[in-house]
Design a protein around this ligand. Structure first.
Ligand SMILES: Nc1ncnc2c1ncn2[C@@H]1O[C@H](COP(=O)(O)OP(=O)(O)OP(=O)(O)O)[C@@H](O)[C@H]1O
Ligand SMILES: [Mg+2]
Length: 229
């Protein structure tokens, strides 16, 4: 199995959350394979496990059972030091709730992953400007997240996810809260990243994004259904 060149390989993945006496089975026996350069879309009703699956692929959360291998690493058995490094260098995560740092400006939020990986100051400054251009937010560089609309925060989150040029992008409902025009900008960014050869997994219901997919998956009550089959 380790010889497999897939970027993501999940087998019999289960995640059960425990709240007091109640068990919530968020993922049930999920099998998944994502090839390098692939564009995978995961859709499914609210609560079906989309975010949970992205969190496990990105090394934010661990499965209760089953195996998750990403870039050849068995994430279920790795310690937090490894996972922190892995997330920073390999994964660009665009969270459903943006997760911007409220005490940092837009530019500082975008620069943060590059500072963490000790990129040179001149490089960081230049690349932040380029990322701001890509997401059309040059005019907001010195604002704080609470001064931005939801759509603007989403675009900052996108720019931050791209900061370390990660080979795998995990994007959670990127256009869910955006108006049609702003959403289109995100769709265009995703299309360009796909053309650049990034491996991309997006949780979404947006038809414009689903059209870009070469693998369409559907989660229902924690179980994965492959609509291509
Ligand atoms: N930290 C947690 N503790 C307990 N239960 C959780 C936790 N996170 C998620 N769940 C539960 O796991 C299930 C899957 O949640 P998840 O957030 O993955 O769904 P989703 O498909 O992303 O939904 P949405 O479309 O609303 O974002 C839900 O029943 C949810 O209540
Ligand atoms: Mg979700």
């Amino acid at each position: 199995m380790n010889m497999d060149k897939s970027v993501v390989l999940a087998s019999l993945l289960c995640k059960t959350y425990q709240i007091g006496d109640i068990n919530v089975e968020a993922l049930k026996d999920v099998n998944l394979k994502v090839e390098k350069g692939g564009f995978t879309v995961i859709s499914g009703p609210s609560g079906s496990g989309k975010t949970t699956l992205l969190n496990i692929i990105g090394g934010i959360d661990k499965p209760t059972s089953g195996k998750i291998i990403v870039f050849g690493n068995d994430l279920g058995v790795k310690d937090e030091d490894f996972l922190a490094d892995f997330r920073c260098n390999k994964i660009g995560f665009v969270f459903q709730s943006y997760n911007l740092v409220s005490t940092l400006t837009v530019s500082e939020n975008i620069a943060f992953p590059m500072e963490w990986t000790r990129k040179q100051e001149d490089y960081i400054k230049e690349y932040v400007e380029e990322l701001l251009r890509i997401v059309d937010l040059e005019h907001r560089a010195d604002h704080f997240s609470f001064q931005l609309s939801g759509g603007e925060q989403q675009r900052v989150a996108f720019a931050r996810a791209l900061a370390n040029d990660p080979p795998l992008l995990l994007v959670d409902e990127p256009t869910g809260n955006l108006d049609v025009k702003t959403g289109l900008k995100i769709v265009q960014i995703l299309r360009k990243l796909k053309d650049d050869g990034k491996t991309i997994i997006v949780a979404t219901h947006d038809e414009r994004i689903i059209q870009l997919a070469d693998q369409k998956l559907y989660l229902e009550d924690g179980k994965l259904v492959n609509l291509d089959e």
